[in-house]
Design a protein around this ligand. Sequence first.
Ligand SMILES: Cc1ncc(COP(=O)(O)O)c(C=O)c1O
Length: 388
Amino acid sequence: MIGIDTGRNWLKTDRQKKSHPVLGAALPSRNGRDTLAPRSEASPQFVDTEHSPVLQSPPGPQVIIDGREYVYFGGTSYLGLAGHPEVIESACDAVRRYGVHTATSRAGFGNNPPTLEVERLATRLFGTEDAFYFVSGYVGNHILIQNLAGGFHAVFIDELSHYSLNEAACLAGLAVTPFRHRDPEDFRNRLAQNLRSSQRALLMTDGVFPMTGALAPINEYLSVLQGYQSSAVLVDDAHGVGVLGEEGRGILEYLGLWGRVNGCDPEGDAMLCVSGTMSKAIGGFGGVIPGARSFLERARRSSHYFDGASAPPSAAAGATAKALELIMREPGLRQQLRVKAQRMRRGLRELGLSVEDWPTPNIGVQIGGADDMRRIHAGLKAHGILVP
Ligand SMILES: Cc1ncc(COP(=O)(O)O)c(C=O)c1O
């Protein structure tokens, strides 16, 4: 995915207004420090109600949008599996055998074979005792926060974190303090201002930031947290799963921290929690939380997604199971992705553009201001090249 980075512009604008893109305006808290309150309206930057383009083909290197074919640099099917013939056939087969969905929760009779197969294969991919598969990556952070609720005194969140993390942070019912994007020193200062060392902090961040491909400095955050006992880091690794690490387990594998995730190392220092999605690199659909069996038992019960929501649709589960199988069968897919992303970065630099070096396929380019970017976007589109 290569993005013309108008996103950073609107975030800057929001910051100048001392307002947060999802959480809304900074409010004085009871103790006089800034905390955040949720805002209910949708962020207008991503919602163009006048003209919503219609994608009329599977996502891939070429797509048809509004009747025209484009070379496509958008979307998140990083390994190109969302339109893979075997994945599509597996989705169709699951619907033929098991209907559209289970029409009951998984605590009822909703454990159909494709859903269980996804969890079996995800357990293998992630090398954990268990994996919880549910309907959307967006709710993964809500599930984790329900699991962790009650154990912490305050939440600290990277100011450019994804909407789902921000919403989940609000669910914790604690003061939520944003810190500067990818800035462990700012996090350290906010911690010192807001917590005593006997209190427990929960830090929330994207693992890979999709607009730039930048990685969160998780080891540095863990160092900062060393002075605060029993704290935790919650990582939304939607864009790292399937892309980073030897086995494709994501940023925490890439950083050598995988052995600690989601209850796998209960004796360790700060707890590390991670949620992922099947809907991006994996090429299937739905959310996933891999981890220790006892951790996931609690997550299933505390969030009620197990007993209060239908199981993922059969097509989603069928597609996801096949995509997981393909990823494990063909680890070369990840290597190819790396090579292509490097080639793309090299090419952009040869054009004189400044491109950051990250081991991810997300490339943010910024040229001039938002108006310049819109003009470039439109010019590329006129030449049949689509970037987000
Ligand atoms: C960081 C992040 N988390 C979560 C999600 C939501 O995942 P899903 O599409 O599986 O609901 C997205 C998708 O845009 C994302 O970028």
